[in-house]
Structure formats: structure tokens, C-alpha cells
Design a protein. Structure first.
Length: 409
């Protein structure tokens, strides 16, 4: 704990993982782009969703949930020979998905499907070529900040899945706070540079501080590079299994409380709430704690430097001495003063700039909620006879409420 506190105080650089840390970590399928004429859109999504059901990655969960929603089922097909390749994607074979489709001759139904889902590197490694037309489509969506994953079925490129994962409402403000304190913020992500740049722009992270297309092992290398380059302490903020090696390598590993157990176990500091404002608060609290320790040390040193010689009789020639019981009481008083000084940490409050940033964020969220309520009320008046308007309003307000809870509103 002492090592961590001292490291936090001298931290000058902080690396942030993207998915689940800077972003909400709740990705959703934004669009399905069919590529193959052999596999239609629904079949491709169901096969991809079945394959990703064995994955622990948030993007995999998004694909699986989308497939279940399309079919309105709780269970998809079966997965065999599943292999997860960190930073690239998955490979496996999928069976028992034909039960969801009628025996339509137009569909290329098979007993088993060999599936590869991931990024360009994995698809190229599997021997599938990406045409220029498909590449342009991918770049178009990546520029908008979407993650594009490629679905290959039986050796043929079947479709593209564009996935959006909005940044947290407090991400940009938290980065601004850290930057104002002289702490450089870096973004580390396995996504391509276009997606990373779009997210970094929203989070106010300079382009020069983006590390894109980095695998979990490469994240460790980047942290080492920052430590050697700047000759200062480096912190790492993450939430996933892939972030664990980097959390261990960093001088200070900070895990989001809603992250995986592996990341929490590897971290030095765990943030209880899913709010990035707690990162600058944790740094400031560590600084205040270390400052209090130094004050206590200096106080105790001066007190004893004066008290011990007097108790030993240095002032006896002048007719002033400590009786034994007075010296004992003075020693106890020293300890009591140090303890009381330490207890003042219970009165700790967040820095003023953090509080003002949180207040601005709360006000912004209140305005969004009010605008959402007005919009849905107008829509309800116009389309009062249609189903779904009330449910949609409730979903938006519930989403806003979850943001409020993260910020402590």
C-alpha cells in the first residue's frame, strides 16, 4: 500500500483502455452489412451470435444478444472447438442453428459451420481476402467511431457487423481534469486507428497519445515504453481480462469496479463506481494521504527532538526538569496528536475542480432528461394511438438514470 500511494503521488502519465473504461462497455450492433450471396443476413447473424456465445468479450456479448433478439429466443446453437485469440477475434465451429430456419433451398444450410470472427489480421491469417469495396465500407464506419468486425463462414466472407459503444458522459471531463493537473492521458485499444481517433476526439485525448491496434501483450510493451521514455510513474486504468497484464506492469493499476474479477485482482486500486471522475479523486486522495503522513512525521520528529533532551535534563542547570510522569504524559500526547492528525483524513472532500465538473455533468444530464421527456410527450400526443412510445420513453429515461447513478446523482 505504501508503494502504491507513493507511486500515485508521482504519476505523470495515465493509460486508459477504451472498451468499458472510456466507453460504456455496453456495445450494440449498429448495422449488419451483407457481403455474401450464399449466406443471407439473418443466417449470418445467427451463426455469428452462436459462435460469440462462448466469448467473454463485450463485443461478443453484443453479437449474441442481437441474434437472440432477432429470433426472440434465450438459447442459440452449439459451439465446438472454440478458440479466442486475444486482440484479434475467435474461431470455432457452430452446429444446431438450422432449427431456427425452414428448409428453404435459397439458404445455404449445413450441419456444421466453420466460423472466423474478428479483425482484418485474423481474417487475412485465415486465408480470406478482403476486397477493396468491403475495405471502403469498413473505413466509412470506422471513421464514425464504430468497431467493424468481419464474419467469415465456411471460408467465405459472409457479412460485416458494425458495433457502436458510446463514450461515458464523464470521460471528456475526467481527461480534462487530469490534463490540467499535468498528467498526460493515453488511449490504448485493440481497435484500428480510425475508430480510436474518433473515440479519442470525443474524450479530448490528443491524436499523438493514441496507441491503436495493440494486443494485450503489446499494451504491456507500451506501458514499459512510457515508463522508460518519461522516467516517471505510469498508471493504467482498465476493466477487462485483456487489461490485466498492463495493470500489473504499470506502477499503479486502477480497475473499474464493474470490470472483470481478473482485472480487479490485478489492480492496485479499485474504483467502486463506474465513474471516471474517481480516477482524479483517487490520485488527489493519495496525494493528501502522503502529505498528511509527511506532516505527521515532521511533527513527531520536532516534538521528540525537543522533548527527549528536556526529559533527559538538558535544562536542569536552569532549574527546569521533567518529572517521570510528566515525560510519560508528554509522550502519550505526541501519539495522540499524530492519531488525531491522521483522523482528519475522514474530513476529506473532493477537489473543487472535480466537484464543479461533476455539477456541470449533472446539469447536462438533467437537461438531456428534460429534453427527452418533452420529446416523448410531444410524440405521445401526436401518436397516442400507437404502441411503443411509452416503452421507448421509459427505456431512454432508464438509460439516463443509470448515468445519474454512476455520477452519484
Amino acid at each position: 500500500q505504501r508503494r502504491v500511494r507513493e507511486a500515485v503521488v508521482s504519476t505523470q502519465s495515465t493509460g486508459f483502455d477504451k472498451t468499458g473504461t472510456v466507453t460504456l462497455g455496453k456495445p450494440v450492433i449498429n448495422k449488419v452489412i451483407p457481403v455474401s450471396t450464399k449466406f443471407n443476413q439473418l443466417l449470418s447473424v445467427v451463426i455469428a451470435g452462436t459462435a460469440e456465445s462462448a466469448s467473454e468479450h463485450p463485443l461478443g456479448h453484443a453479437v449474441t444478444n442481437h441474434a437472440k433478439k432477432l429470433l426472440d429466443v434465450d438459447q442459440l446453437g452449439s459451439v465446438n472447438n472454440f478458440q479466442s485469440i486475444p486482440g484479434m477475434g475467435i474461431t470455432c465451429s457452430v452446429t444446431n442453428v438450422n432449427q431456427f430456419f425452414a428448409q428453404d433451398s435459397e439458404m445455404a444450410l449445413c450441419e456444421s459451420y466453420d466460423v472466423v470472427i474478428g479483425n482484418r489480421a485474423l481474417v487475412s491469417k485465415s486465408g480470406v481476402l478482403i476486397s477493396e469495396e468491403v475495405e471502403l465500407k469498413m473505413q466509412e464506419h470506422e471513421t464514425c467511431g464504430h468497431t467493424v468486425i468481419i464474419v467469415v463462414i465456411n471460408g467465405e466472407l459472409a457479412c460485416l457487423l458494425t458495433i457502436s459503444d458510446p463514450i461515458k458522459a464523464d470521460a471528456a471531463s475526467a481527461v480534462e481534469l487530469l490534463s490540467s493537473w499535468g498528467i498526460k492521458v493515453y488511449l490504448l485499444t485493440g481497435d484500428n486507428i480510425r475508430t480510436a481517433e474518433a473515440i479519442a476526439k470525443e474524450a479530448n485525448i490528443p491524436r499523438a497519445r493514441i496507441f491503436a491496434k495493440v494486443l494485450p501483450k503489446q499494451k504491456v510493451s507500451k506501458i514499459k515504453w512510457l515508463q522508460e521514455q518519461h522516467k516517471t510513474k505510469v498508471a493504467m486504468v482498465g476493466d477487462g481480462v485483456n487489461d490485466s497484464p498492463a495493470l500489473v506492469q504499470a506502477d499503479v493499476g486502477i480497475a473499474i469496479g464493474t470490470g472483470t474479477d481478473v482485472a480487479i485482482e490485478a489492480a492496485d486500486i479499485v474504483l467502486i463506481k463506474d465513474s471516471l471522475f474517481d480516477v482524479p479523486v483517487a490520485i488527489d486522495l493519495s496525494r493528501v494521504t502522503v502529505r498528511r503522513i509527511r506532516i505527521n512525521f515532521v511533527w513527531a520528529l520536532l516534538y521528540n527532538m525537543l522533548g527527549i533532551p528536556i526529559a533527559a535534563g538538558i535544562l536542569k542547570p536552569f532549574g527546569f526538569t521533567f518529572k517521570p510522569y510528566i515525560a510519560a504524559a508528554a509522550m502519550i500526547c505526541s501519539s495522540i496528536c499524530v492519531v488525531c492528525s491522521s483522523l482528519l483524513l475522514k474530513l476529506y472532500t473532493k477537489p473543487a475542480d472535480v466537484q464543479s465538473a461533476e455539477e456541470r455533468m449533472r446539469e447536462k444530464l438533467r437537461m438531456i432528461k428534460r429534453n427527452a421527456e418533452r420529446s416523448w410527450d410531444r410524440l405521445k400526443r401526436k401518436k397516442s394511438g400507437r404502441r411503443g412510445s411509452t416503452d421507448g420513453r421509459a427505456r431512454i429515461l432508464q438509460s439516463m438514470s443509470s448515468e445519474d447513478e454512476n455520477l452519484g446523482i
